[in-house]
Design a protein around this ligand. Structure first.
Ligand SMILES: [Ca+2]
Ligand SMILES: [Ca+2]
Ligand SMILES: [Ca+2]
Length: 413
């Protein structure tokens, strides 16, 4: 038997082939090559009515095909999985979604169906599972994943519409691509969370990872304060190149607070890779592994935090940085437009960019060093502080082994 004859028999479901070799659809990977000798097309035959009773183009598993429900044409390997259907739509053996309990009463297979019955102030308790959906929140609610972000995963973006506040806890959100809505007309905004507001927003013990949007890679806040606690923002991307936006992790015109958070490896197409905000308060948190500027904010208040592995720096109008360590940054500049107060801060092993000192100042900024430590920082000239800013020194500051390439004093005053 020649190979082409075998192909024809397989394609026609010949009786001398094993059931597992029976193809189910032209789009089924099991469908054999469509080219005969010398590349000539072979006439394909769809599954018979007997093997494909729901006529969705896929033969039933019982007949050797891949249709896991041959009585439902909406279920087949080519269908899109829908967490709200409660069945395995795409026949991959996994039912997306899980169990969502609304106000301790009713159960739903997905978040969106529970939201449809939610009242102002409702609580949705989300059970373990992978929820493939894009919930739209139109009334103030709490979303609580009791078993935490390791087992409770939302693949999609959340949109909280106008005047809605939101509390979200214990959830991983990944693979979101933002939503249209609010004032950001024309932009897919907030890869994981698009919060229109005005409202107040709390995100606790969550993981927002590998989301992507044109504005706010992980989170876009249009109006309202955002408080994140115990949350990781990692690998999110802002990717609109036609506007200067930044905010690979977060974009907000208002106040953002981070408590015990990690912000790691986010990317913006243009502008700061990490957080753009009107005001940013950072406690017990880490910024690391960014290949560009991490912040652009109005006022920055940082306490008990760490910045490391950054190629860029922190930009702000004014800042107070207290009891924090900024170290091992391959390219790093603290860049105040108005003022910077370092209190019990440690700056070690940072390399200023080609244009800046480690502490620079885009304008005639007022800079105060108080009881802080500066070791092994280097730069092209005036490695620590240039001469155009006003430096005040308070208490006991320690300077060791800071070196300018051109031999100039590390502090040019
Ligand atoms: Ca079928
Ligand atoms: Ca089917
Ligand atoms: Ca499935």
């Amino acid at each position: 038997m020649s190979p082409s004859t075998l192909l024809l028999i397989v394609a026609c479901g010949g009786s001398d082939t094993p059931p597992s070799a029976t193809p189910s659809s032209p789009t089924d990977p099991a469908w054999p090559s469509t080219l005969g000798p010398a590349g000539t097309p072979i006439q394909q035959q769809p599954p018979s009515e007997e093997t494909d009773q729901d006529q969705d183009g896929y033969a039933s598993i019982a007949s050797g095909g891949t249709d896991c429900d041959d009585q439902d044409a909406s279920v087949n390997p080519g269908a899109l999985e829908d967490a709200c259907s409660g069945v395995d739509d795409d026949c991959d053996g996994v039912i997306a979604g899980g169990r969502v309990v609304l106000d301790d009463l009713d159960e739903y297979p997905c978040i969106a169906l529970a939201l449809a019955d939610a009242q102002e102030g409702s609580t949705l308790v989300i059970g373990p599972g992978t929820y493939v959906e894009r919930p739209v929140i139109e009334t103030t609610v709490r979303l609580i994943a009791e078993e935490g972000p390791d087992t409770t995963i939302l693949r999609g973006s959340v949109l909280a519409t106008e005047d809605v506040s939101l509390e979200l806890e214990g959830l991983t959100i990944t693979g979101g691509t933002g939503t249209l809505g609010g004032a950001w007309t024309g932009y897919a905004a907030g890869g994981a969370l698009h919060l229109v507001g005005p409202g107040s927003f709390r995100v606790t013990d969550a993981v927002l990872r590998d989301n992507q949007a044109e504005a706010g890679g992980a989170i876009l806040v249009e109006a309202g304060d955002l408080i994140l606690t115990g949350t990781t923002l990692e690998g999110n991307v802002q990717d609109a190149s036609d506007v200067f936006l930044g905010g690979g992790a977060i974009y907000s015109d208002d106040r953002v607070e981070l408590w015990d958070c990690t912000v790691r490896g986010n990317v913006a197409d243009d502008g700061p890779d990490g957080i753009v905000a009107g005001e940013l308060v950072v406690h017990d948190s880490v910024f690391e592994d960014h290949t560009g500027w991490v912040t652009s904010v109005g006022h920055l208040e940082m306490t008990d935090s760490t910045v490391r592995g950054v190629e860029g720096g922190l930009e702000f109008f004014s800042a107070t940085i207290t009891d924090s360590t900024l170290s091992d940054n391959p390219t790093f500049t603290l860049n105040p437009y108005d003022s910077l107060h370092l209190v019990r801060a440690t700056l070690e092993d940072n390399r200023a960019s080609d244009y800046f000192s480690v502490v620079f100042g885009s304008t005639v900024a007022q800079i105060v060093f108080e009881d802080s430590v500066f070791r092994r920082n280097t730069g092209p000239q005036c490695a620590l502080v240039p001469d155009h800013v006003t430096l005040s020194e308070v208490g006991t500051n320690v300077y060791e082994d800071n070196v300018s390439d051109d031999g100039s004093d590390p502090i040019c005053q």
